[in-house]
Ligand binder design. Structure first.
Ligand SMILES: CC(C)(COP(=O)(O)OP(=O)(O)OC[C@H]1O[C@@H](n2cnc3c(N)ncnc32)[C@H](O)[C@@H]1OP(=O)(O)O)[C@@H](O)C(=O)NCCC(=O)NCCS
Length: 207
């Protein structure tokens, strides 16, 4: 499948100077070793917890078959315009994942980075938000647990505002929203942004 080159980006780790490539799942070469490494990272405790939060049944361990299925499904979804999954790689090995979970505007995003590569998240999200308008997203949302501090930090640093909170299965969650700032000149978008800001202020007040 032909994928525009501009969807492949390079990131430099702010602490270790390492070079990372973020590329659409349809552009990645999903070799056996790639799938196996992907599985290992998902089995890190805080990433496994994300899957559990989403109600994905993995019976305590994410297997190579789970990884293969996820990657194959992500390719299929890209081809059929149902989601846009990107892989973060270093030296052609996976270190993380970033998802626009649907191809509709206002899609939810999700992401994780392997423990050894943390420090990249803020820049990763910044780059993905720069790609977002070209992929058809003028607004996006993210759901985090209240105790996911790193995730909340990178969202706040990239212009997401917390607009709602709720409890599910005894855990506290926050909803965050982002609007493409380049649209703020248009009065409809200005109205939407104002609404998001009002919701966020309201949430701060009732804390
Ligand atoms: C969320 C995630 C992608 C962010 O990537 P990252 O590389 O850690 O992001 P950054 O380092 O750019 O920013 C995270 C910030 O949170 C801070 N942080 C991390 N854990 C923290 C904690 N428990 N308490 C307080 N601050 C914390 C980091 O120090 C960093 O702040 P700094 O830049 O001021 O040092 C990554 O941490 C991750 O994959 N976590 C597990 C999966 C996850 O929670 N995904 C999101 C689901 S909503």
């Amino acid at each position: 499948m032909d994928v525009p080159e501009e969807l492949e980006i390079t990131l430099t780790h702010k602490d270790n100077g390492g070079q990372y490539t973020v590329l659409p799942v349809v552009s990645a070469y999903l070799s056996d070793s790639f799938v196996s490494r992907f599985m290992q990272i998902v089995n890190e405790a805080d990433i496994l917890r994300l899957l559990e939060d989403e109600g994905i049944s993995i019976q305590g361990r994410y297997t190579e078959k789970d990884a293969r299925n996820f990657l194959a499904q992500s390719v299929d979804e890209w081809i059929h315009n149902r989601s846009r999954i990107f892989l973060i790689t270093r030296d052609n090995a996976p270190v993380g994942c970033f998802a626009f979970k649907s191809c509709k505007d206002d899609a939810e995003i999700g992401y994780w980075i392997g423990g050894k590569h943390r420090g990249l998240g803020t820049d990763l999200l910044d780059s993905m938000l720069k790609l977002a308008p070209g992929l058809g997203y003028t607004q996006l949302q993210a759901i985090t647990r209240e105790d996911y501090t790193a995730s909340r930090k990178i969202l706040a640093r990239n212009g997401f505002l917390e607009v709602d909170r709720y409890k599910k299965n005894g855990k506290k969650y926050l909803q965050h929203r982002w609007l493409d700032v380049s649209l703020q000149t248009n009065s409809a978008s200005n109205g939407k942004l104002q609404k998001i800001k009002n919701l966020s202020r309201h949430l701060q007040r009732i804390r």
